[in-house]
Design a protein around this ligand. Structure first.
Ligand code: GAL
Length: 661
């Protein structure tokens, strides 16, 4: 016993110690000694050696550990043992250094079989010990999983993890190298005839400037009219823009008409003048995912110009500047100013509005923003006033800097500064969509009470499939909180030319199939759709992806019914009810935990097609139903009881299912 303790001590202080047992040469190898491997995959941050994922000391339930790997959920560490390892031992627990206590689970798998699982854990739990035999195992995987509570801030520590082995241990890639397939176009070209794409409902407040238009594809010239408009509003017959100031509350049945030499289209919609705005999810562009803090006047003008020329007619209309626009100092009167990258802010907003588009801005309840610029702390009223006078239509209000004022992460405390800004916005005569831009756990439980029109349910998205699915696939947890004018926001779209890691302008790393899945899922989720790409360099594929009016109509559906999820062997089925009683259904080949156990297998799975099936009874549909392919805009046929299909790796079949009478 004494010898063992002594041996243990010597081994603890000297990594990779060797010792002889019988005739084989055994050694201890620490997990953290294998180095920061680019092969480890994690959906937030990168695994840290001997530190938590935040770079702080590894600390679980008050105890600091010298050895270990600071990971996060979801993360995957795959190692080749060459079948020469005997065992691995250590501890696993949620790091103390975390504002939130999400649920997570640690697992160790050997050659695809589960060897150990921690059970569901959270911050404050004592770490769980393991000592697992690896005899005969070729590859071992350390996995941390989310546990479906929707909290994505799980700092997961593997502690004192030590192998006994006869050979070296080598990290191997834990996700397959992507086979690049060609981008393929599914959305048919719009007809030359007029086709009005406005959502069926639009909300605005009386007494405030009104700006909306008839969003119509079809060849020009085109003329527009609208009957039944609220008193105070009028339509420009050439541009289709509806402007003015509505004088009285009410639900107005309006018929929009668009005419060109090929024909005429009419659409009956409702304009609701009352307290609620953004009655369908905002659609537009935000500067962050491509330009980050390098955003400037010309990039925003480019975005506005391209949106007007190519996207507006499908419903896209917000042009939003994210962080990086603010000057270092306020005026003597305390007004917030734009910095030198925006020499003519008023000119810019006028330009955006002249195109029929809306203008969005970014700030923080803290003294500074996430990017270190001036925030609105203690200037809420004056900022709301300034923005209203500048014609701001949308505010993304991002928590970050407020943590310097308030370290407490209680829901009530986080909510307070949002309520302050809500009150400030209520004092100005402008319809400003209010985005609670902070993925705080459970924000969906208080975002509405804080007066938000949308709230970020997640940390930042990136154009990596594991991140998109880690974010997208838990949105059923919060889905019930969405309603007209109140949306869960799973973050912006990662299609087109993007810029993260910053400065590295590149085409989205998502494959074409993944991009179709991304847009389909976000539409089923009734997510605000904010494109994050370089608009001046949008390729045909991206444009095609963003201009499918049947797909957009799912996102913009007026009843904003909550999305639901069904798990199946080969994927996930997501669906939501639409205003006409039909269902939008996405059959997705998604496995958020997918691990590559070897490259050959990885290539094989990427080439496969996967069987997915929706039973109509899950939708409450009895007997026969009509199925329409939304991306191809084609009826597939009438099916009895269920619809089965084959879906490519990480791809989707996005359909509309309508009960046959
Ligand atoms: C982050 C936010 C990003 C972006 C950034 C700006 O907190 O999640 O979307 O707005 O701040 O600094």
């Amino acid at each position: 016993m004494r010898t063992n303790i002594l041996l243990g001590f010597i081994l603890l202080i000297s990594f990779n110690s060797s010792f002889a047992t019988g005739n084989s040469h055994l050694k201890y190898v620490w997990l953290d000694q294998l180095g920061q491997s680019a092969y480890y995959v994690q959906d937030w941050g990168t695994p840290q050696m001997n530190k938590s994922v935040l770079g702080t000391p590894l600390k679980v339930k008050g105890v600091v550990y010298k050895h270990g790997v600071g990971a996060h959920s979801i993360s995957r560490i795959l190692l080749d043992l060459n079948s020469k390892a005997l065992s691995v031992s250590g501890l696993a627990g949620a790091d103390d250094n975390n504002l939130f206590a999400g649920h997570l689970q640690f697992k160790i798998l050997g050659d695809k079989k589960i060897l150990w699982r921690s059970g569901i854990m959270k911050k404050g739990d004592a770490p769980k010990k393991f000592n697992v035999s690896l005899s005969g195992i070729r590859e071992v995987l350390f996995l941390v999983e989310e546990c479906g509570d929707g909290i994505m801030y799980d700092h997961a520590d593997w502690l004192n993890v030590r192998f006994i082995t006869k050979d070296k241990i080598v990290p191997i890639p834990a996700v397959p190298k992507t086979i690049q397939k060609e981008k393929y176009i599914l959305t048919p070209a719009a007809s030359e005839n007029p086709c009005i794409n406005n959502p069926l409902v639009y909300g605005a407040r009386k007494g405030n400037p009104f700006l909306w238009g008839v969003m119509t594809t079809g060849i020009r010239p085109m003329t527009f009219s609208a009957s039944g408009l609220p008193e105070g509003l009028s339509i420009d017959p050439n541009s289709g823009l509806i402007t003015g100031v509505a004088l009285k509350d009410g639900n107005y049945k309006v018929v929009l008409t668009a005419t060109n030499k090929k024909g005429i289209d009419k659409k009956a919609i409702t304009i609701k003048i009352g307290k609620d705005i953004a009655l369908t999810p905002p659609m537009g562009w935000n500067s962050w995912n491509c330009w980050a803090l390098a955003v400037d006047d010309s990039k925003v003008r480019d975005a506005a110009r391209v949106m007007h020329q190519k996207l507006y007619n499908y419903g896209w209309n917000y042009v939003n500047i994210d962080d990086g626009w603010e000057a270092a100092n306020r005026t003597k009167n305390g007004e917030i100013l734009a910095n030198e990258k925006f020499p003519d802010f008023r000119g810019l907003t006028d330009y955006i509005h002249s195109l029929g588009l809306k203008f969005g801005i970014y700030s923080s309840p803290g003294p500074t923003t996430c990017g270190g610029y001036i925030g609105s702390y203690q200037h809420e009223d004056i900022d709301a006033k300034t923005w209203a006078s500048q014609g701001v239509d949308y505010l993304k209000y991002d928590y970050c800097g407020y943590s310097s004022v308030q370290r407490n992460s209680e829901e009530k405390t986080i909510q307070e500064p949002y309520i302050t800004m809500r009150k400030a916005l209520d004092k100005v005569n402008r319809d400003i969509v209010y985005c609670i831009g902070y993925g705080a756990p459970n924000v969906w439980k208080w975002g509405e009470e804080a007066g938000g029109n949308q709230w970020r349910t997640t940390r930042d998205i990136t154009d990596e499939w594991n991140v998109v699915t880690a974010i997208g696939c838990f949105q059923d947890v919060c889905a019930k909180s969405s309603a007209p004018g109140k949306y869960n926001d799973p973050d912006m779209l990662v299609v087109g030319t993007l810029g993260k890691p910053w400065g590295n302008i590149h085409d989205s790393y998502l494959t074409a199939d993944e991009q179709y899945s991304h847009i389909s899922l976000w539409s089923i989720l009734s997510a605000p759709l904010l494109i994050g790409c370089d608009m001046a360099n949008m390729d045909d594929f991206t444009l095609n992806l963003l201009t499918n009016n049947e797909v957009i109509a799912v996102d913009q559906d007026s009843i904003v019914s909550p999305a639901k999820k069904i798990l199946t062997r080969d994927g996930q089925i997501w669906y939501k009810k639409l205003y006409d009683g039909s269902y939008a259904v996405g059959l997705f080949q998604i496995d958020p935990y997918y691990i590559l156990w070897n490259q050959k297998e990885g290539e094989k799975v990427q080439r496969c097609l996967y069987d997915l099936k929706i039973d109509f009874s899950a939708l409450g549909i009895k007997g026969k139903a009509k199925v329409r392919d939304l991306w191809r805009q084609q009826d597939i046929g009438i099916f009895d009881g269920c619809y089965k299909t084959k879906v490519p790796y990480h791809g989707v079949r996005f359909i509309k299912v309508t009960q046959e009478k």
